[in-house]
Design a protein around this ligand. Structure first.
Ligand SMILES: Cc1cc2nc3c(=O)[nH]c(=O)nc-3n(C[C@H](O)[C@H](O)[C@H](O)COP(=O)(O)OP(=O)(O)OC[C@H]3O[C@@H](n4cnc5c(N)ncnc54)[C@H](O)[C@@H]3O)c2cc1C
Length: 383
């Protein structure tokens, strides 16, 4: 996606808070369109939720009732991923490992089967193409699955990327396009005057900007300088995950696998990721025995062969969850302030569409109909 036809005047100064997938991808688009862009992160780029994620592009497997606008946005972004990955690889020289085997959502019990049928009906209603596979067929394509697997939904477009490489590639592509990246620089807050943004407060100083984009993930609500009513209602949703090491040249799985209580993601380098807990515990960074036990037990029921695999890594991350768990995109309620946060469990999936829609908004002031349902103003009725 190029914004060549929307070249910005070089004097347009954009400051972005947060160098995760969301801030970096927006910055990349804007720098390429000729804006003068500065991204600030209080840590190193790509080390927040962008590093902790599983990298699933799960527009079908994640589908839930009453989320039609979000499903449409997720599908739009999912359809953009192949071109986005190719463009990102060309711009950065980093292979982001887009794998296209798709996802299997399996059933182990009659109860699971009933739930899967309801998911399939919902997918059908929304025009999402998935295919039902009986147990024997599922085990033929994934032979390490438990004999108890009674069937699966194959979601052929729910691919995966190596999100850690996506973070690194975006940082490189952004800088190659002329963007400036300021790592280990914390932003205290947003400076405003007479109803418009002045820039960012950093230490005792002011970094001036015409436009400020809030892309600080789960920390977005904590930025100072905004009146209560304009602070994005985003909370951290804790997730614990782990990675096992599969025998070299002998992957236990090829597809991303969803089983009740966990998902399993085989990586090209031989890691098998297992995730993730969903916990309302603020910014609690502890790994817990119960969290890891429940993930491992759920994964083991589906793929008993994981029992012998070495544990390579465990980690905790914080999804940016908004009050209705949908992203907050577009005008921030003060002239020059733009929101790009609250991507919750789908921020990697939603990166290409978010970058496109938010960058276009910064360049033109336009609010695309695909972005309109996600404005921060939707919360003002219930605030
Ligand atoms: C366990 C887990 C599994 C997940 N799995 C998936 C998945 O499979 N697929 C998917 O699509 N999504 C997944 N997600 C969700 C996805 O990771 C997030 O939605 C996405 O990464 C959000 O990106 P972001 O750039 O908004 O936030 P982040 O990557 O968290 O970046 C925000 C950045 O802002 C910086 N920051 C915060 N405050 C300040 C400040 N005051 N000053 C300067 N910098 C600041 C932080 O240091 C951080 O680097 C998962 C998340 C978790 C936790």
């Amino acid at each position: 996606m190029s914004f060549g036809h929307l070249k910005s005047s070089p004097s347009r100064r954009v400051a972005i808070v947060g160098a995760g997938a969301i801030g970096l991808s927006i910055g990349w688009r804007l720098a390429a369109a000729g804006c003068s862009v500065d991204i600030f992160d209080r840590g190193a780029a790509g080390q927040g939720a962008t590093r902790a994620a599983g990298g699933m592009l799960a527009a079908a497997a994640e589908v839930e009732p009453a989320e039609d606008a979000l499903v449409a946005l997720c599908r739009r972004s999912q359809a953009m991923w192949a071109d986005f990955a190719a463009e990102l690889e060309a711009a950065s020289g980093i292979d982001v490992e887009l794998r296209r085997e798709g996802t299997l959502v399996i059933a182990l019990t009659a109860d699971d089967l009933g739930k899967l049928r309801r998911t399939a009906e919902l997918q059908q209603r929304l025009g999402i193409g998935t295919r039902w596979l009986p147990g024997g067929e599922v085990r033929r394509i994934e032979p390490y699955l438990s004999p108890r697997v009674s069937g699966a939904l194959h979601c052929p477009d729910d691919h995966q990327v190596e999100n850690r490489k996506v973070g690194a590639a975006l940082a490189r592509a952004y800088q190659a396009a002329g963007g400036r990246l300021h790592e280990h620089v914390a932003v205290e807050g947003i400076a405003t005057t007479d109803g418009r943004v002045l820039g960012l407060r950093i230490g005792d100083g002011l970094h001036e900007a015409d436009t400020v984009v809030v892309a600080a993930g789960a920390w977005s609500r904590g930025l100072g300088g905004l009146p209560d009513g304009l602070r994005p209602p985003v909370r951290p949703v804790k997730g614990q995950m782990l990675a096992l090491r599969m025998p070299s040249g002998e992957p236990l799985l090829r597809h991303v696998l969803w089983t009740p209580g966990a998902y399993l993601i085989p990586r090209r380098d031989g890691r098998l990721l297992i995730g993730a807990t969903v916990e309302e515990r603020g910014f609690d960074e502890n790994l817990t025995a119960g969290g890891l036990l429940s993930l491992l037990e759920s994964a083991w029921r589906a793929v008993p062969g994981i029992e012998e695999l070495p544990v390579e890594e465990t980690w905790v991350g914080f999804r940016p969850g908004s009050r209705d768990d949908a992203p907050i995109l577009g005008p921030g309620g003060i002239a020059g302030l733009v929101m790009a946060t609250g991507h919750h469990r789908n921020g990697i999936l939603l990166t290409p569409a978010t970058a496109e829609l938010v960058a276009r908004h910064v360049l033109t002031g336009e609010v695309d109909p695909a972005m309109a349902p996600f404005g921060i103003d939707r919360f003002s009725r219930t605030r």
